[in-house]
Design a protein around this ligand. Sequence first.
Ligand SMILES: [Zn+2]
Length: 343
Amino acid sequence: MLTATGGIDKLDVTYVPDAPAPHAGEVRVGIRAAALNHLDLFVAEGLPGTADRFPHIVGADGCGIIESVGPDVTTVRAGDRVMINPGISDYSCEFCQAGEHSLCVNYRLLGEHLPGTLAELVTVPVHNIAPIPALVPPLSWGEAAAFSLVTLTAWRMLVTRARVKAGETVLVWGIGGGVSLTALRIAKLCGARVIVTSSSDAKLAAAKALGADVTLNHGTQNVSQEVRALTTKRGVDIVVENVGAATWDESLRCLGRGGRLVTCGATTGPQVGIDLRRLFWHHWSVLGSTMGNAAEYAEIVRRLGNGELRPIVDRVYPLNQVQDAYERLTKAQQLGKIVVEVS
Ligand SMILES: [Zn+2]
């Protein structure tokens, strides 16, 4: 948990009261593993809109075993192995009623607005859990913890928002991060040609092994010039952004006619510019996306059960080394998800 904002040295492992016993429509999960996301760094730094009451239990992604269920819960029972979808919706507003749960007017995330998954117990709505599919070899707790947030985010970005089609070309920035790596795999699953970037040649080599068609080192290569050359000056159909200010202008230079730029993050800064003449002349679409709805979550869990989109775990840390886990994420050293074993 976080004792205050101000960075990862404010993280501490300590005893707190158990998560409340489940009410109607809820389950309490005994957490086995949690996975880190950039969101967790923003919460630790104390970005506006994130946690403001302390101590605060961090962690959005997690999995474990159901410890107890609320009085009316019949679809799952104690002992079931489950993954958690960290986006909590009210299931009553107009957006929820239309099936758009991540547009909920009361949308909250575990570990940001609500107590998170880096704890022995967490209580969540039964809507927010999914049984861990049986795979061969079986999913580890770390893999199950690593699945939900980035897969849901990247799925909605590419499939629902950008409507990626077979044969299209997709550019994905910063392939080490969980959303980017998952976006690569979803784009390949959909039959697209994928160009990825990183400043690390080792990460680019790993991305190639995971199916990237072209790799560019954005530390040593001019990405938009390379993209123009690779596409006979046409540009790409889709750019997957979560970097923000540092890459925005280059992203637009890479975007072809009818192109879609889809973004879910602003790691390097939220303020960017756009030339409206280029926007309308090229029929560009600039698309925002956050998390995903219940139907999308069900679909990615189904895909996982088919053996697709199996999570890639970078490294697993024991709970007493949680600061080291955060440190690795802070330095962007990972390829795949950083996991913390809870029990
Ligand atoms: Zn709602």
